[in-house]
Design a protein around this ligand. Structure first.
Ligand SMILES: Cc1ncc(C[n+]2csc(CCOP(=O)(O)OP(=O)(O)O)c2C)c(N)n1
Ligand SMILES: [Mg+2]
Length: 737
């Protein structure tokens, strides 16, 4: 990055005034000028946008290289859109469309405004960390395929955003401290949504980054006030609240209280363009560590409510906007105009390197997972064990080159050992394996090297999902398809749920194997037994939830899911697995792959039934046994296995919406079966299968675990929660009465 001269700084100042104007105008228009049939406030964060105007201008009109990607502070989006508009990436027609249907999203969304948004942000802390793991993913891709793209991941965050613990969970990851391709910019305006931030926050932020091994660039004061060390000392001795109050006082009062003019007192580093550009130049210089720029700014900079503790939701009035236009020197005739091509600003913009565009997957063959493996599964086996076996088998195939696994300290207990033994653990540097090298036998070898293909994280489920976000976007951002699989205990899906939603919303595609699940993890007790996850699985958009019973089904589902991620036709996969061994001979040999992948199949057929029983996952043996118990009583029960409650539900709703005659579920049953009462059973909340009766147009009794789990044997727990064979049979009799 070249050093800017005074003339260039003047042009950048002119540009930042326009960025501030456009951002403020967009929010104003959305709130006061556009038709608003709902009558509710549209919102749009004028103050938070103003806070990042100088930082964004420095980036988008000087510092960004065409290999850089950016994750911007979510509620600074109007300023971010303004930068793209001035750079010619957005049509003027978009400006009046902030927060409008199919317009510019409230928060930068890769899914919705892909032309301009590199990385989605919104829920505090998540976008910043997934972008950081993007830097990690690039390291991984560079080591494996020699693709060091994108070059840098630039992350802009608010200061209060750093209250989110997931940020610090990520910073603690050892590998993050090695990411020289990551730059964070902290917009330290000493304000959150509700209040002036605690005085301790600045120290916490700086020391946490220091402890995590980052290069720290502080931009606390502008050059003018730095020439007055005594004043700086006095200002730094103030509490945040005391300093912020000065921002809200007229100049004469500030002079009275501090003995200095207000423009000196408010000269913070994050609005000193030259200082910001110096920081960006320093951040660009080679470093093996990540860089953080901690820049003091003013929330509501140059707006009437600058520094007001309640300015988060404040909006300029029409007359204040007009006054701002005049102060910023925006032409009244065409207030939304871009800089003319032959203006000095226009020439500066035209000379900028282009912004990042993801490389095309240059004729690279897509990974092709096989349709099936040569395995046969006999005896008793759990789906978790089957998952481990499938991965172990994949490890020997060429497609394994594209597979990467990740786990937050549960690789062994989720059956990844076989895969890890064969493919090794990834770390950017090769490290000695003292146990292996010294002949100390280990069931799982921990060989860490840049060639490894398992990524081990500390215990933090947010990190797991945010890493999967980055790995699952590798194809989109780097042109290198990866098949990413993450494992965790099923109950902790809920712990990381916001991050999982962020991952799916970002458009990342990956596989989550969540195991063990349910009360079938019998002795472990309620804290480890998942109850609500089946409902989560159904409700997660852009993710298919499967819960197989048998090993062969697990294999087909996993391979089909990987194939569809690889060829771009499918969405993410959530596999809810179990440690309960299931006798494989219970599975009819006639079951077809397509049925398994579409969501279910028939297990037992007793002709025209009195009742049908539908079971998911590990409850199949109980359902079959209940069928036998009922038969002994002269009640005919036909039994079905549901491999994906999610797909059956979607099919049912789609068929009803589209007015089609039948969904896949309806094609599974014969006409003589459809009207029979339905019993459903799963090791999870009964509500997850509560739709089957309506889908078939009949009455239903949904059985499941509708309370927290507890320790006990499986038999005791199944009885307690009413999901054992006896309870199923009893339920059927009750239904028939
Ligand atoms: C996880 C989460 N919790 C709460 C919010 C609501 N929220 C939006 S902005 C904000 C304050 C952010 O403060 P800061 O990061 O300092 O940004 P500033 O507004 O000061 O620019 C909050 C609490 C959110 N977006 N995400
Ligand atoms: Mg703030």
């Amino acid at each position: 990055m070249s050093t800017p001269n005074a003339a260039e700084l003047d042009l950048l100042d002119s540009i930042q005034r326009r960025v501030l104007w456009l951002a403020t105008w967009m929010v104003h228009h959305a709130n006061f000028e556009r038709e608003n049939p709902d009558g509710t406030k549209v919102g749009g964060h004028q103050a938070s946008s103003a806070s990042v105007v100088t930082l964004l201008t420095g980036l988008y009109f000087k510092a960004l290289r065409s290999t850089d990607v950016v994750a911007v502070k979510a509620h600074g989006s109007p300023a971010f859109y303004a930068c793209h508009y001035l750079r010619g990436n957005l049509d003027a027609a978009w400006l009046p469309r902030l927060r409008e249907y199919e317009g510019l999203q409230a928060y930068p969304s890769r899914r919705k405004n892909r032309e301009i948004v590199d990385l989605s942000t919104g829920s505090m802390g998540l976008g910043a960390v997934s972008a950081t793991f993007g830097g990690f993913t690039t390291r991984y891709l560079a080591d494996r395929f020699g693709t060091p793209l994108p070059g840098r991941f630039i992350v802009m965050v608010g200061d209060a955003e750093l209250d989110e613990g997931n940020v610090w969970e990520a910073l603690q990851e050892e590998v993050v401290s090695r990411l020289g391709n990551v730059v964070w910019i902290i917009d330290l305006n000493r304000q959150s949504l509700d209040r002036v931030t605690p005085d301790t926050s600045r120290g916490h932020i700086t020391e946490m980054f220091r402890a995590a091994g980052w290069r720290i660039i502080e931009l606390r004061w502008g050059a003018r006030v730095r020439r007055h060390p005594d004043l700086v000392k006095r200002l730094e001795a103030m509490t945040h609240a005391e300093y912020q109050s000065l921002l809200c006082l007229p100049s004469d009062r500030v002079q009275e209280l501090t003995g200095a003019p207000k423009d000196l007192v408010t000269d913070v580093g994050g609005h000193d363009l030259a200082a910001v550009l110096d920081a960006y130049a320093l951040a660009e210089s080679e470093c093996l560590r990540p860089t953080v720029i901690i820049a003091d700014t003013i929330k509501g900079w140059r707006l009437p409510f600058a520094g007001d503790p309640l300015n988060h939701g404040m909006l300029l009035t029409a007359s204040q906007l007009e006054e701002l236009r005049q102060v910023l020197g925006v032409p009244a005739a065409d207030p939304l105009a871009r800089f003319a091509a032959d203006s000095p600003e226009g020439r500066l913009i035209a000379a900028l390197p282009p912004l990042f565009r993801a490389p095309r997957p240059a004729g690279r063959a897509r990974p092709e997972p096989p349709e099936a493996l040569d395995s046969s599964y006999t005896g008793a086996m759990s789906t978790q064990e089957a998952f481990g076996r499938v991965l172990g088998a994949l490890a020997r195939l060429p497609v394994a080159e594209r597979i990467v696994t990740a786990s937050a300290d549960v690789a062994i207990t989720t059956h990844l050992a076989g895969w890890i033994n064969r493919r090794g653990v990834y770390f950017p540097e090769k490290r000695p394996d003292y146990f292996g090298d010294r002949g100390i036998p280990q069931a799982m070898q921990w060989r860490e090297s840049p060639g490894g293909q398992h990524i081990e994280l500390g215990i933090a489920e947010h990190n797991l999902f945010l890493l999967l976000t980055a790995l699952g976007l590798a194809d989109d951002l780097s042109g290198e398809p990866l098949l990413a699989l993450g494992t965790l205990y099923d109950p902790f899906v809920a712990r990381g749920l916001d991050a999982l939603l962020h991952a799916l919303y970002s458009g990342a595609r990956f596989v989550v194997a969540a195991t063990p699940s349910g009360v079938s993890l019998s002795p472990e007790g309620g804290a480890h037994q998942s109850v609500v996850t089946p409902s989560i699985g159904i409700a997660l958009p852009h993710c298919t939830y499967y819960e197989p019973t048998f090993a062969q089904d697990t294999e087909w589902i996993l391979l089909e899911g990987l194939r569809r991620i690889a060829d771009g036709s499918g969405e993410s996969l959530y596999l809810r697995l179990s440690t309960r061994p299931i006798e494989q001979s219970l599975r009819p040999s006639t079951v077809e792959r397509a049925q398994v992948c579409q969501g279910g199949y028939r297990l037992a057929d007793r002709g025209r039934p009195d009742v049908t029983i539908w079971a998911t996952g590990v409850m199949v043996p109980e359902a079959l046994e209940a069928g036998r118990l009922l038969e002994a009583d002269g009640v005919r029960a036909n039994v079905f296995a549901i491999t994906s409650p999610d797909l059956l539900y979607r099919g049912y709703v789609a068929a009803r919406r589209g007015g089609e005659a039948s969904s896949y579920l309806e094609t599974l049953v014969r006409d003589d079966e459809a009207a029979a009462p339905v019993i459903t059973v799963l090791d999870g909340h009964s509500h997850a299968l509560g739709f089957i009766g309506s889908a078939l147009g009949t009455i239903q009794l949904p059985l499941g675990v509708d309370d927290f789990g507890q320790s006990g044997t499986r038999a005791a727990l199944y009885r307690h929660y009413g999901i054992d064979a006896e309870s199923i049979a009893r339920g059927a009799r009750a239904l028939l009465e």
